[in-house]
Write a protein that binds this ligand. Structure first.
Ligand code: ATP
Length: 355
């Protein structure tokens, strides 16, 4: 399978099976993962796109079942399908195995993490006009996992920034902006302090920006950018960030539009993609059937779009918007009383009414 790195632009062209279904790996994940992913696959089935799911365990669920967080069967499935819908995976703080999310992104070189963050009418949030695209570099920075103890009481974590990865992610952001009619790309950095690493990231972004005269290019220091995002988010359009700033700013942006249950995500590489919500395992609500499935459902819409079904993806988004606008069926994080599966059913009914 081959595709251009550029999403919106990106289209999968792998082989479908005999019944016309596209093969894809399904990773329910940990915590609220099985609940929200269960909701997402029902909505995908109802939108009419056929997918031949290969369900695999990963993370804590896989450790429990087969003794490894990334079992060989999972890796074999991803190598075969090159596309997955994935729930969040548990990563213990300060101990245990390395993040399987990071491992998968690096193993399959899914270098671009895209997180479209927008307001929906009917959702109470501080702003009603947020429409941001977070583009996060996924393969390096402090996530390179190079840490060591120099001497007891002193440790070092190495921040790796390369011209290759910085140029590649900048090009992805500009290409996305151009193909999706976006007006600007803002590179977010701390090059006043990290002159070499963030300086190199900026240098690469500027070089790429010079090739895209139709897209306005801005730069903002990360702390100032956070302040502007929570006071004047409409100032921004596409945000271009290194890995760690991208992680933090994504959650901040989710807070602008109603919380982590609202924001979908996609990890794109040149030869595959993994779709997953921005949120984590939400252990505080896991197993209660009240997790908001909208982030997972919208991640499913991104996957359906990647498979080339643009209208079906739009049907899902329109139905999500209708259900939110009606304010009747919503999970507790949005001030409602509905359960996860009730939200999925309401979205499916909205799609059926529109058909
Ligand atoms: P992890 O360690 O897996 O990242 P976490 O609890 O640190 O887990 P999140 O899972 O992102 O981080 O959750 C942060 C907060 O947002 C929690 O209070 C959680 O309940 C809430 N949250 C996250 N996802 C959802 C969701 N889909 N629906 C409702 N609330 C959610």
């Amino acid at each position: 399978m081959k595709q251009k790195s550029g999403c919106g632009s990106v289209t999968w062209n792998g082989k479908r099976n005999g019944s016309g279904a596209a093969p894809a790996t399904l990773i329910p994940g940990d915590g609220v993962g099985p609940e929200v992913i269960g909701a997402a696959i029902k909505v995908i089935a109802a939108c009419g796109v056929k997918i031949d799911w290969d369900e695999q365990v990963a993370g804590a669920a896989a450790v429990k079942r087969v003794g490894s967080p990334a079992p060989p069967a999972l890796i074999a499935s991803l190598k075969r399908t090159r596309i997955a819908l994935k729930g969040p995976l548990e990563t213990r703080v300060g101990e245990g195995y390395r993040s399987i999310n990071v491992y998968l992104r690096k193993t399959f070189d899914l270098f671009a993490n895209l997180r479209p963050t927008r307001s929906f009418p009917g959702v109470n949030a501080r702003f009603s006009n947020v429409d941001l695209i977070v583009v996060r570099e996924n393969t390096e920075d402090l996530y390179a996992g190079i840490e060591h103890q120099v001497t007891p009481g002193v440790v070092e974590s190495v921040k790796v920034i390369t011209a290759r990865a910085s140029t590649r992610i900048a090009r992805f952001a500009f290409e996305f902006a151009r193909r999706n009619g976006r007006r600007s790309v803002t590179a977010i950095h701390k090059a006043n302090i990290m002159k070499l690493s963030d300086g190199l990231f900026l240098k690469c972004a500027r070089r790429v920006a010079a090739e895209y005269k139709d897209i306005q290019y801005n730069e903002r220091i990360v702390d100032a950018a956070c302040m502007r995002l929570v006071t004047e988010p409409s100032e921004f359009d596409v945000l271009l960030l290194e890995n760690l700033y991208g992680d933090i700013v994504s959650d901040l942006c989710a807070g602008l539009v109603g919380g982590l249950g609202m924001v979908p995500g996609a990890n794109y590489g040149d030869r595959g993609a993994i779709f997953e919500a921005v949120h984590g395992t939400a252990p505080d609500i896991a197993g209660k059937g009240v997790a908001n499935p909208i982030a997972a459902i919208l991640s499913g819409a991104l996957m359906v779009e990647y498979l080339g079904h643009h209208e079906a993806a739009e049907r899902i988004r329109t139905a999500v918007a209708q259900v939110l606008k009606a304010r009747r069926v919503r999970t507790p994080d949005l001030g409602g009383k509905a359960r996860t599966d009730e939200v999925a059913e309401a979205i499916i009914r909205a799609m059926e009414r529109a058909a």
